[in-house]
Design a protein around this ligand. Structure first.
Ligand SMILES: C[S@@+](CC[C@H](N)C(=O)[O-])C[C@H]1O[C@@H](n2cnc3c(N)ncnc32)[C@H](O)[C@@H]1O
Length: 219
């Protein structure tokens, strides 16, 4: 997939204020996952596809001395993250791509990502870069709503106008294993806010399928 098209799309989303809509839509699931992570003081965490940086800031505030760095290919998302930044929070936002992370080997204790990895231009490269920058024993927590078992998402590529990586749960686990991760496991996280009873059936199905949480370890 062309990175230019992805950047164009997300720059447009940032201009249209879609970053705030994503924060609202993804907030509950991300909060549930981050609260369960038990992040230790001083951890260094990388947030892949940080958008306006809301989850990066949430990660940075989990414990004393935690430092969180968001990476995003959309300059306008990075500009939004900078605007929303508070200097009392140990976070920063770098413009860059999953496929060429500008970090040394083994720099991070943890990798986090919400609704971003299936947009990768080169998924294999993105996963091997994620594994490279993790410390041995480090953890990756990748969250995605777009996967085969969540059947109502199957039209998202056409509606967004991008080629997206579509896999089932087993396919995602295999992709992480092939990139060098161990102990790869998946589970579903359900948003605690149910859609209104009269909401469209697709909304109910999306909610019931939940967000796929891929947990993988390095070494
Ligand atoms: C659906 S948004 C999610 C943003 C944020 N995680 C959230 O939940 O609000 C996906 C983000 O991933 C970024 N992205 C997509 N492909 C990328 C790539 N190859 N490298 C870096 N960022 C990428 C996009 O620019 C976009 O901001």
């Amino acid at each position: 997939m062309s990175q230019e098209k992805v950047v164009e799309t997300f720059d447009r989303w940032a201009d249209a204020g879609e970053d705030a809509r994503m924060e609202e839509g993804h907030g509950d699931v991300v909060r549930q996952v981050i609260e369960a992570l038990d992040i230790a003081a001083g951890e260094r965490i990388l947030d892949l596809g940080c958008g306006n940086g809301w989850a990066t800031r949430m990660l940075a505030q989990t414990n004393a001395g935690v430092q969180a760095i968001g990476v995003d290919a959309s300059p306008k998302m990075i500009a939004r993250a900078d605007e929303l930044h508070s200097f009392t929070i140990r976070a920063r936002y770098d413009w860059g791509s999953f496929e060429n992370l500008e970090f040394k080997d083994a720099e991070f204790d943890r990798i986090f990502s919400m609704e971003a990895l299936y947009y990768a231009t080169d998924l294999e490269k993105a996963l091997s870069e994620a594994c490279r920058v993790l410390k041995p024993g480090g953890n990756a927590h990748i969250l995605i709503d777009y996967y085969e078992e969540s059947s109502t998402t199957e039209t998202w590529d056409a509606s967004i106008g991008l080629d997206l990586h579509r896999k089932n749960e087993a396919g995602w686990r295999a992709a992480f294993e092939a990139a060098g991760f161990n102990d790869v496991a998946t589970k579903r996280v359900i948003d605690s806010r149910a859609p209104a009873p009269d909401a469209h059936a697709d909304k109910h199905a999306l909610h019931a399928a939940g967000t796929l949480h891929i947990h993988a370890k390095k070494g």
